[in-house]
Ligand binder design. Structure first.
Ligand code: NAD
Length: 278
């Protein structure tokens, strides 16, 4: 089955599906089934991380899917305690082994953890992995403007992606503008606001009724029209299928304005300037 999802073109020419499947908080034993369901539904991009503990289950689903490797786009992330040049190279090998893959499509530094002061060294290891052809694109996650400015000044490959918390209650307009200006794709984590409350907001429910869609589809469509890459998560087969069906309708300017008005600058996760855990 070919993908229903159009690609975006990253700054090195690599194509990345604009919508993928996120597996945070999916236990390894359930990841195989969830990822298999997603691949059957037409997803071709999978977003995991070393810290999620489900790279093996994700890899089993990929191996069993029958989808040709070149049609897939697999992302994983370097965990905080593995930062540093040599540790990063070792962590990459472990992730690739767990996933059962020969190469990765996108490798991200999970958090800058500024107190460690190792993200530049870690990224230099990413540049080596990229130069060696072991990963098709390299990027970051949870990087603020200040972290990216330093990274760009001290390294030679501009990150392809910054994966940041972004949903209608945290719209990140300044960050999106900065990233666009640098040619870095904005990827939205927790695109549905983790489902909590956001999908019951009256303005979103009203737009969903108007288009005969679900609130989750409206929120995902909003991301797509903004140009964000999105990676919604679900373990429920009907929702997994629902979340990819967002390329056959459009929100109008009135809908987009109503969702813009929901920005509250409200984070669900940690603030990248202060999170140094792991
Ligand atoms: P999300 O915004 O995708 O919300 C997922 C939750 O929303 C589900 O658990 C379910 O409760 C609900 N949901 C999903 N589809 C629904 C539907 N159709 N109808 C009703 N409810 C629905 O949250 P997330 O998992 O936090 O984020 C998505 C992905 O982003 C993660 O799986 C992970 O891959 C990535 N992520 C990355 C970071 C990071 O630091 N880089 C942090 C968090 C998440």
């Amino acid at each position: 089955m070919s993908s229903k999802v159009p690609p975006i073109i990253l700054n090195n020419g690599v194509e990345m599906p604009q919508l993928g499947f996120g597996v945070w908080q999916v236990p390894d034993g359930e990841a195989e089934q969830a990822v298999a369901t997603a691949l059957e539904a037409g997803y071709r991009s999978i977003d995991t991380a070393a810290i999620y503990g489900n790279e093996e289950g994700t890899g089993r689903a990929i191996a069993g899917s029958g989808v040709p490797r070149e049609e897939l786009f697999v992302t994983t992330k370097l965990w905080n305690s593995d930062q540093g040049y040599d540790a990063t190279l070792r962590a990459f090998d472990v992730s690739l082994e767990k996933l059962g893959l020969e190469y990765l499509d996108l490798y991200l530094i999970h958090w800058p953890t500024p107190a460690r002061d190792l993200y530049v060294d870690s990224y230099k290891a990413f540049e080596k992995l990229y130069a060696d052809g072991r990963v098709r694109a390299v990027g970051v996650s949870n990087f603020l403007t200040e972290h990216l400015e330093r990274l760009i000044a001290e390294t030679s490959v501009v990150p392809a992606v910054d994966q940041i918390e972004l949903h209608p209650h945290l719209q990140q307009n300044a960050a999106r503008e900065f990233l666009a200006g640098q040619g870095i794709a904005t990827e939205a984590w927790s695109p549905l606001g983790q489902g909590k409350g956001l999908l019951e907001v009256p303005a979103i429910v009203a737009i969903a009724r108007k288009h005969d869609r679900t609130p989750a589809q409206v929120v995902l469509r909003w991301h797509v029209q903004l140009g964000n890459v999105v990676i919604p998560k679900s373990v429920t087969p009907s929702r997994i299928r629902e979340n990819i069906e967002v390329f056959d309708f459009s929100l109008d300017t009135e809908d987009l304005a109503a969702i813009s008005a929901l920005d509250e600058d409200r984070r669900l996760g940690s603030h990248p300037a202060h999170f140094n855990g792991g």
